[in-house]
Design a protein. Structure first.
Length: 117
């Protein structure tokens, strides 16, 4: 049974930092491309950052220079370090796992991030 569990969300003031974690089980984590998505109220879910199985990274323009995605294959966990947070970063953040070469996606339940001005 595949499990994808996010943690680390919360309430923070603008300019602050948070680190999100996504821990997986039931998959071979090292061969999964991993990503962080977010969905704000009334908006579509959008890609924030992704890291491939080879640790290549991609960032949405809105978070470049502020967010860092990284992974620890030994812990089957990916992270999203979020610095210089802005109120517009407020959203539910979701983790997604995608086995290399597969069209299968595994989603977590999401973690709320709220940035106050």
């Amino acid at each position: 049974q595949v499990q994808v569990v996010e943690s680390g969300g919360g309430l923070v003031q603008a300019g602050g930092s948070l680190r999100l974690s996504c821990t997986t089980s039931g998959i071979i984590f090292s061969i999964n491309n991993m990503g962080w998505y977010r969905q704000a109220p009334g908006k579509q879910r959008e890609l924030v950052a992704q890291i491939t199985s080879a640790s290549s990274t991609y960032y949405a323009d809105s978070v470049k220079g502020r967010f860092t995605i990284f992974r620890d294959n030994g812990k089957s966990t990916e992270y999203l370090q979020m610095n210089s947070l802005k109120p517009e970063d407020t959203a539910v953040y979701y983790c997604r796992a995608n086995p290399l070469g597969s069209s299968q996606f595994y989603w977590g339940q999401g973690t709320q991030v709220t940035v106050s001005s």
